[in-house]
Design a protein around this ligand. Structure first.
Ligand SMILES: *[C@@H]1O[C@H](CO)[C@@H](O)[C@H](O)[C@H]1NC(C)=O
Ligand SMILES: *[C@@H]1O[C@H](CO)[C@@H](O)[C@H](O)[C@H]1NC(C)=O
Ligand SMILES: *[C@@H]1O[C@H](CO)[C@@H](O)[C@H](O)[C@H]1NC(C)=O
Ligand SMILES: *[C@@H]1O[C@H](CO)[C@@H](O)[C@H](O)[C@H]1NC(C)=O
Ligand SMILES: [Zn+2]
Length: 415
């Protein structure tokens, strides 16, 4: 045997074989308990790269490259459940947000139709478990940002019927009814101190429908108001720990304690900027966040929310969705038990979802919320006011300048 080989074997014995052993252990656990991840932006990549044309040869998800996500990577990463993000930028607010959100919902449904051996679109906790048992990636839809409902309870309910099972109350902008995290950096003004009265109605309706409330991206006040009022546990679909990296997208310890007391869940984000507050990070840095959430909120409050394909700048060792086992190996090396690892991988999300479904069941018979947002609270002028006025005048008059108002009234004066 050449000397080099002996040296390598000796090093392996003392160093890396332990690592190898944890990696194998991680793969073994994940074969029966794959990860359910809280947030992946592949649909956004499909829009940006292909304008959602899934049948273009270069959009084939078995060969897709240049993204964090494709089918072979999902398979090697033991991904068994994924909330696919129906994300549309804040720029669409008061413009084409609803249409674009519908298109992102559609593209997820078409992923399931085109790759039925890989994806199973499901809408409840039982569906996740069935898909996982048949070795499919249980595919769910999360709408990332309350601007997507355009302040409409009817749109919210319609999204639910289309399979949307969480909504992040804001993205990185205030809506006419909820404040986002940029309020805490003072880049955006405080408008609602959390939720407006209509925002509380949206929350009640989500509880009634059985749609999970997601607090990633919201302000501290919004987190606390929702944790006070929600009848069901909530999730942070892709947020890390503020005390390890003081970025306002992360969750501070006092909120972590309320996550614990409400049976809620923090699905840890891997993005370098939220993990180390810098441009670089490692698997160990992400494991530090998981350890921190576990230590402060308890093992029942920890999950995975990679944010793959939503950000550029993932930790070394977690470059794409094939790498989840490396993080699980790191947790095992830190003496997480198999039961703890399984809770973080899948058990905690399933528990929260079942609880959300139980609240829905308990509220059956409760009428749908009907009170609309006040017309004056809508943030834009390009709206008709059907339903708000006496019904005879479809044009918005609330914010028209006096001259335009006179013009708008002219036809009715003449008739
Ligand atoms: C990525 O995919 C395209 C289209 O299938 C192919 O032409 C290209 O060579 C691939 N690039 C790499 C680095 O694999
Ligand atoms: C993707 O490529 C694979 C392998 O070449 C092929 O079998 C499959 O039909 C393609 N799927 C779509 C939707 O284009
Ligand atoms: C939440 O409830 C607690 C205790 O009832 C109260 O002290 C706190 O002010 C409330 N927070 C918000 C933001 O409503
Ligand atoms: C894990 O447990 C072993 C054996 O009990 C102990 O020697 C080791 O220090 C622990 N490692 C960590 C990171 O806690
Ligand atoms: Zn996000």
């Amino acid at each position: 045997m050449p000397d080099g080989t002996v040296l390598v074997l000796a090093l392996c014995l003392f160093l890396s074989c332990a690592g190898q052993q944890y990696q194998e252990e991680a793969e073994r656990i994940m074969t029966t308990t794959p990860v359910i991840d809280g947030h992946n932006d592949l649909p956004w990549q499909l829009l940006k790269r292909f304008n959602n044309q899934l049948e273009l040869p270069e959009a084939n998800l078995t060969q897709l490259n240049g993204t964090h996500t494709n089918i072979p990577k999902l398979r090697s990463g033991h991904v068994g459940g994924q909330f696919w993000s129906a994300y549309v930028p804040c720029e669409t607010q008061n413009k084409d947000a609803v249409r674009r959100t519908l298109e992102q919902i559609d593209v997820v449904h078409r992923m399931c139709e085109l790759y039925p051996d890989t994806f199973a679109c499901v809408v409840d906790s039982a569906g996740i478990q069935e898909a996982m048992q048949s070795n499919k990636v249980a595919s769910l839809i999360g709408v990332e940002g309350g601007h997507s409902i355009d302040s409409s309870l009817g749109v919210l309910r319609t999204f639910y019927r289309l399979g949307v099972r969480y909504m992040t109350l804001t993205h990185s902008c205030n809506t006419p009814w909820a404040d986002n995290w940029l309020v805490d950096t003072k880049e955006d003004p405080v408008e609602h101190h959390g939720l407006s009265s209509f925002g509380k109605t949206v929350l009640e309706e989500m509880n009634r429908l059985g749609m999970i409330v997601d607090l990633a991206h919201v302000s501290l006040d919004t987190m606390n108001v929702v944790l006070n009022l929600s009848k069901a546990p909530v999730i942070f679909s892709h947020s890390s720990a503020f005390s390890l990296c003081p970025h306002y997208r992360n969750v501070p310890d006092d909120v972590l304690r309320r996550v614990a007391s409400t049976g809620s869940l923090v699905m840890v984000n891997f993005y370098n900027s939220y993990v180390t507050c810098s441009n670089t990070a490692t698997v160990a840095d992400v494991a530090d966040h998981m350890d921190h959430v576990k230590n402060v909120a308890g093992i029942d409050s920890v999950g995975f929310g990679g944010d793959y394909d939503g950000v550029t700048g993932m930790p070394t060792g977690l470059e794409d969705v094939s790498k989840y086992p490396a993080l699980v190996a790191e947790l095992l090396a830190r003496n997480w038990t198999e039961a703890e690892v399984k809770a973080a991988l899948a058990g905690n999300l399933l528990r929260v979802f079942k609880q959300v479904e139980a609240v829905k069941t308990s509220l059956q018979g409760t009428a749908a919320r009907e009170t609309p947002i006040a017309f004056e609270e809508l943030g834009d002028t390009c709206r008709t006011r059907y339903g708000y006025s006496d019904g005879s005048n479809g044009a918005g008059t609330a914010r028209l300048a006096p001259a335009a108002l006179a013009l708008a009234l002219l036809p009715s004066l003449l008739s």
